[in-house]
Design a protein around this ligand. Structure first.
Ligand SMILES: Nc1ncnc2c1ncn2[C@@H]1O[C@H](COP(=O)(O)OP(=O)(O)OP(=O)(O)O)[C@@H](O)[C@H]1O
Ligand SMILES: [Mg+2]
Length: 337
């Protein structure tokens, strides 16, 4: 097995206040992220997401346990040089231009002057802010500030990019733009670690997820596997609709009609195993019923999430309500959001 790009073992973090109150934000977290993955960390408000990210960045010291990035201890200067971080709260001095902001940041990162200019031009183009390079940040929309933060996180060509709520506060159009930037970063080989409570965003960007709840990982795995509901299949047929339930009677555990496109009919079939599914298909074919398709039924990530946290969203709603806005067609970056 190749070395993981992120690995934690038994990570615990207890915040102690001056008055003696204790908050156990992480209660033994083990995660492993492979190079090239897009990893999504989900969890309701207060679950410990930001604490975990900050621990990986070396900004928070764990009470117990280990965190390693690219084989090095989290927080060492050489590990930090190879990562990018887009923080949850993004404030830039209003009077600075976009390129000046990035220049300051590049200096902090120790990028030599000869390289800075070229890189700044490149990342601003990449986030669609090229023509706004010499404009003051004070006049930027939220979506533009968000993209500037992404440009900042990409400035040092990171191998590993941390994003704390990258879609927060931006409209669906802006999200498409951000998603495309992340896709390009991935194509260049950057590993993504994204932390969000906007489930549809995670669903669209990530291929592996972990769900954090009260400081513990309560569910993790490949997104496609977590969302594939075992033993439920969508059957679509193109003929003899009314006969289907009778033909399948007794062959499967459950059948439920669902909406289908014009000229077709569809059912969700619950079966015990693959053999039962195949026996059902055999019956349909024997009766000359024309099968149009059969596919596994997927849970939405929301269902997986709610099940993992025990259906108790708690006082703080974990599901962004603006999440349900229909996705528009991708367009070139709108400058106002
Ligand atoms: N500096 C701190 N001092 C004391 N307690 C803290 C501190 N930072 C976080 N906490 C507590 O630790 C717990 C986890 O907080 P954290 O910010 O990591 O959660 P989160 O999952 O990022 O939440 P959100 O979705 O609201 O951003 C919370 O109970 C929080 O109040
Ligand atoms: Mg947070």
């Amino acid at each position: 097995m190749t070395a993981a790009i992120i690995e934690t073992q038994g990570l615990r973090k207890v915040y102690k206040s001056f008055f003696g109150t204790r908050v156990e934000a992480l209660r033994g977290v083990d995660i492993r992220v492979e190079r090239g993955q897009a990893f999504g960390l989900l969890g309701p408000n207060g679950a410990g997401k930001t604490t975990l990210v900050k621990t990986l960045l070396g900004l928070v010291h764990p009470t117990e346990g280990e965190a390693r990035l690219m084989g090095e201890n989290a927080g060492t200067p050489s590990a930090r040089r190879r990562i990018g971080y887009m923080p949850e709260l993004r404030n830039y001095p209003q009077f600075l231009t976009a390129s000046r902001c990035l220049d300051l940041f590049g200096r902090l990162h120790g990028i030599p002057a000869s390289e800075r200019k070229e890189r700044i031009g490149r990342v601003l183009e990449d986030v669609d802010l090229g023509k706004w390079a010499e404009h003051k940040v004070g006049g930027f929309s939220k979506g533009m500030k968000q993209r500037l933060a992404l440009a900042q996180a990409l400035l040092n060509d990171p191998e590993l990019l941390f994003l704390d709520e990258p879609a927060e506060g931006i409209d669906p159009l802006g999200r498409v733009v951000v998603r495309n930037i992340l896709r390009r970063a991935r194509e260049r080989g950057t590993t993504l670690f994204m932390n969000s409570h906007l489930l549809t965003e995670v669903e669209m960007v990530c291929d592996e997820v972990a769900i954090l709840h009260h400081g513990k990982i309560v569910e993790s795995g490949v997104l496609a596997e977590l969302t594939s509901r075992e033993r439920q299949y969508r059957l679509t047929v193109a003929s003899d609709f009314e006969r289907v339930p009778a033909v399948l009677d007794g062959a499967i555990s459950e059948i439920e009609e669902v909406k289908a496109a014009a000229g077709l009919a569809a059912w969700n079939l619950t079966v015990r195993d693959r053999d039962e599914l195949n026996a059902a298909i055999d019956r349909l074919r024997r009766e000359n019923i024309l099968v149009d398709g059969i596919e596994p039924v997927r849970n939405s990530l929301e269902e997986v999430f709610l099940r993992a946290i025990g259906d108790q969203p708690g006082g703080d709603a974990p599901l962004g309500s603006e999440d349900s806005i229909a996705e528009p067609k991708p367009v070139s970056a709108g400058e106002r959001s």
